[in-house]
Design a protein around this ligand. Sequence first.
Ligand code: SAM
Ligand code: SF4
Length: 357
Amino acid sequence: MSHVSLGLPRVGAPGEAVVDEDDPGRATGPLRDTFGRVATDLRISLTDRCNLRCTYCMPAEGLDWLPADELLTLAELTRLMRIAVMDLGIREIRFTGGEPLLRRDLPEIIAAAAALEPRPELALTTNGLGLARKAPALAAAGLNRVNVSLDSIDRAEYAEITRRDRLQDVLDGMAAAHDAGLRPVKVNAVLKPNLNAADAPKLLQYCLDHGYELRIIEQMPLDAGHDWQRSTMITAAQTRAVLGEKFALTKATEPRGAAPAQRWLVDGGPATVGIIASVSEPFCGDCDRTRLTADGQLRNCLFAREESDLRALLRGGATDDQIARRWRASMWAKRAGHGIDDPGFHQPDRPMSAIGG
Ligand code: SAM
Ligand code: SF4
């Protein structure tokens, strides 16, 4: 088996770092790592708070929020985004959370990002609650696209997964985003056995009918309860089989690049469905991401065990150059893969809601 199919970086042999005696990747230039990957996609979590309680992400209750004074402010975010875009070669910024729509200054944050040169592509991952009202202002501020998380169009299933009865708000939010030009609206879904998995074709049909692009992602071990089990995860292959009962899926031929979703033409196309096999067919070898938590901690991977404290640098009077160097050093230390299959795998302490999906 080649190292690419294992999801390991393409440069060098499996697990083998690119040898770079002078380590220039850490001192200047873009965000490189020792495996030759370059990070151009920045994911910023804007808050750890959320108005849903999805079972694969948050506990039903009892999760402490970050204290308000630990969250990065608009001015701090603006500075970090400027360093990321102008010094470190970031080309796309995605705002996530927790629920990013809960940040009242979201339009200002988006506008600050849109003012950067070269202008980055700006995307938002949201659960869609409140999007119906906010979509026009976000589009006007410079947002390009949204991903809305929706696991089922069955009201009872939706309420069971998210622990809140808010399906209609999400559907209204997606329609408003589409109308505001935030297209293509992408829909993110996680499937659970004996819950919404069998209804995945209905969700796909809904997306096809409304011009949305569905992407189904394997559940990863990032739940607050640390209850994830591989044996109960719906795999990408199982997803293809369920959808295949109602639709003819043919693999799209375009190269996937750093995109995590393998796209499939639905009934010959042009509509597609994306299936993201983060666990069963990892794509770490093509990863182009760097992540910032709401409290200003830099993570070089969703599954990183270490973080770099950019907030302390920001608040301690560091120069842009010092911050850029710390950022490069963090990415330089990025591991080859997420290691979920390693015997010594440890789930990160923070749940997905506090890392930023
Ligand atoms: N609250 C927003 C939302 O739900 O879209 C943004 C944050 S949420 C953490 C981002 C994405 O992560 C969502 O699409 C959600 O379905 C996904 N997610 C959360 N926990 C996950 C897990 N354990 N495995 C896979 N995806 C997960
Ligand atoms: Fe909230 Fe998003 Fe996590 Fe659901 S997946 S609990 S909407 S942060």
